[in-house]
Design a protein around this ligand. Structure first.
Ligand code: SF4
Ligand code: SF4
Length: 131
């Protein structure tokens, strides 16, 4: 429980850091459903913390713990993804689903193998070009 409070505190602080990591996103969705079936949370380490997160954000009740990876990290899935890998509540999907894959995030981007999108990390010289 202490870990999740600490994570929420860090998350809150992170909003006051002006720079996020920026990526250029190319490609398009192949509708494989992997991103709805295999998700990670950087802030959830135990089932108790997961329940607490769902208590804080009721919209996350759509997610359930599917298992763990080889490192012991939880893998989550959404109960609204169909067997075909499509979203059954497309018009009511979460903002984070609409933004995925987000071009500006707090954490290093990593997509599922075979995802139709590609993330290109912006290099220092790319920032210089824009300024
Ligand atoms: S993993 Fe990539 S290609 Fe597959 S559904 Fe998600 S965004 Fe689309
Ligand atoms: S709400 Fe839809 S798009 Fe979002 S995770 Fe669930 S199935 Fe995927």
């Amino acid at each position: 429980m202490f870990n999740i409070i600490k994570s929420l505190y860090w998350e809150l602080l992170s909003y006051f850091v002006p720079e996020k990591i920026s990526y250029e996103i190319t490609g398009q969705c192949k509708k494989c459903g992997k991103c709805c079936n295999y998700m990670y949370s950087f802030d959830t380490y135990t089932e108790k913390e997961f329940k607490f997160m769902q208590f804080l954000y009721p919209a996350y009740k759509r997610f359930y713990i599917k298992g763990k990876d080889e490192f012991g990290n939880f893998i989550f899935a959404c109960k609204y993804v169909t067997k075909e890998g499509l979203c059954s509540v497309y018009d009511k999907r979460l903002a984070m689903c609409k933004r995925y894959p987000a071009p500006r995030i707090h954490y290093p981007a990593d997509l599922h193998e075979g995802c139709g999108y590609t993330v290109h990390k912006k290099l220092f010289k790319d920032y210089l070009k824009k300024e």
